[in-house]
Design a protein around this ligand. Structure first.
Ligand SMILES: [Zn+2]
Length: 257
């Protein structure tokens, strides 16, 4: 009987199908794991949901899968810390969504190619050069499935936990309103500082906390005080960055919107 709402920004039909919705108790809190099958890619996808997420300004992380960072504790990248920090932030905010995107290993080149790219980085290439040397684009990720999952969940607009301006633009192109970008800044370490600088300089990631260690090419100590002088002069945001602060073990809390 009921007709679907007219969605002006997303005229195409969704390719994702909701297959399962189950309780998922975690160290962060009790989440719901909602599983989808993407008919366009045949990939299984999952969204982790906390609280009531139907509406506007939903705190949202669209996380690209990274087996080495998310599961193995690799510090080559900051993915694992971003995943745990985002989930803590969502629970602390009272509601939110983390869409975990399969098929995004190594910015979309696959697990084995990502491992090959990591080997090339040990030989001196940066993360962009390594992808290109292997015959892949610097970033092959697509965010259609994430947008369709958010639409299925009834999320009308998001506060996006991300440093990646391209991701924000991509979601908007797929009809997701991004009301705000909430920085997700992880203190760098000696292993990932060059990688993070490359992401900032060549992939358009907004990583102002790297300014704090600009004069220390070898990396230096991680600095959890992530607000730089440059950052302080920028226009005020309604949410402060979430950062992984090992001394407190929880993210900083943003101002409420
Ligand atoms: Zn990673």
């Amino acid at each position: 009987m009921s007709e679907p709402d007219v969605v002006l920004d997303a005229p195409r039909q969704s390719a994702v199908e909701r297959v399962v919705d189950t309780r998922l108790p975690t160290v962060y809190g009790e989440l719901r794991a909602i599983g989808y099958l993407d008919g366009e890619t045949a990939r299984e996808q999952v969204a982790l949901v906390f609280g009531d997420v139907g509406g506007d300004g939903v705190l949202t992380r669209v996380h690209s899968e990274c087996l080495t960072g998310d599961a193995f504790g690799s510090i080559h990248c900051e993915c694992g810390d971003q995943l745990s920090t985002a989930l803590r932030a969502i629970v602390a905010d009272g509601a939110g969504v983390l869409v975990y995107l399969r098929g995004h290993e190594g910015r979309g080149i696959g697990l084995l190619a990502k491992l090959q790219a990591m080997r090339l980085q040990d030989e001196g290439l940066d993360t962009v050069e390594a992808n290109l040397a292997l015959g892949f684009p610097s970033d092959a990720r697509d965010y259609r499935a994430a947008a369709e999952i958010l639409q299925d969940l009834g999320v009308r607009s998001v506060r996006l936990l991300s440093n990646n301006l391209r991701k924000m633009d991509a979601l908007r192109q797929y009809g997701i309103e991004v009301a705000e970008r909430v920085p997700l800044l992880i203190p760098p370490n000696d292993e990932n500082l060059r990688y993070l600088r490359t992401k900032r300089e060549r992939l358009g990631h907004h990583l102002p906390h790297l300014d704090d260690i600009a004069g220390q090419p070898s990396g230096g100590r991680p600095n959890a005080e992530s607000v730089s002088p440059n950052e302080a002069t920028r226009p005020a945001r309604t949410s402060r960055p979430f950062s992984a602060d090992a001394s407190e073990g929880r993210p900083t809390t943003p101002d409420s919107v």
